[in-house]
Design a protein around this ligand. Sequence first.
Ligand code: V47
Length: 360
Amino acid sequence: MDLLERVLNKENLKASELSALYDYDIFTLGKVADEMRKKKYSNKVFFNINRHINPTNICADVCRFCAFSASRKNPNPYEMSIDEIVSQVLVCQNRGIKEVHIVSAHSPNYSYEWYLDMFMAVKKAAPNIHLKAMTAAEVDYLDRKFDKGYQKVLEDMAKCGVDSMPGGGAEIFDEKVRQYICKGKVDSQRWLEIHNYWHQLGKMSNATMLFGHVETREHRIDHMLRLRNIQQDSNIVEAKKGGFNAFIPLLYQNQNNFLNIKENLSGQEILKTLSIARIILDNIPHIKAYWASLSLNVALIAQEFGADDMDGTIENESIQSAGGAKSKNGVSKELMIAQIKDAGFRPIERDSLYNELQEY
Ligand code: V47
């Protein structure tokens, strides 16, 4: 039987076997992925109205791919206070923003209580804004620095108002690649355990994958399979437990960092990766083509290759743009809607948990 048929028949295949999916042309993979996404979402494309806040770029870690951290090549260290963060959130609230996404570098300067106070202050100031905060890498950093146990960190986050967790810090799970690109950061097993525990608390999160650097096709598939296994533990619909909402392949931006990779992935390789994600991760509801990383154009094309979501307006994007992406000032709601329509889809504003809010 042909490999694609075996995958669709849910045969249990290894990453080494599944990496041959890349040998299909983009139209064959795209057609299968598009049928799967259309079955669930017809021709809807989801986006949200959100804002990113990155409290500091001062980082104890030394990831080779990072252009944001002030301990790497970024010459402008900064650190926000809780008051500054809250005043940004209040501005967001006045402008009708529905989600704040708060992710920080691993700062040696903030105390454990600072994080909890910050979450409570944000929630008090804007109780109706969804607070998506803390990557598993930050959770692990706080656990190790303050000797808390990641379970306690997650329980405290939930108590203090964190609604869901973003998918950052996953990078590539393969241990050898991980050791090379982000030595010292949360290990793969722990990243997965942290999300798994968060899901057991009844909460949702996302999962990213950084691709287009030194990893192979097999490493990408291995990454997806590890996520699929964790997701199997969290039966979102039936048991009303938490789980992964979206898988987000992040395209490596090659400027201002220490990985020194100058070749860009081809558009074909990017689209195949999105399509394969939809095909393999049939138990994660959404595949996000994160426009800040892929560019608006590629993210829109990806909607025909298995993706169903663009992420949001962001307003202030610091991580991809530090690496060379054209995403620094986000994208206006009007442009997002116009581009989705122009691409032949129905723009659906969603909340952070993918409830549909409005069609434009
Ligand atoms: O984990 C760092 C990545 C991530 C580079 O959950 C880079 O909804 C490309 O996780 N090139 C943080 N990527 C961003 C993130 C995210 C973004 C948007 C939405 C969500 C979500 C999550 O950014 C890090 C890392 O993998 N990153 N440097 C770079 N040079």
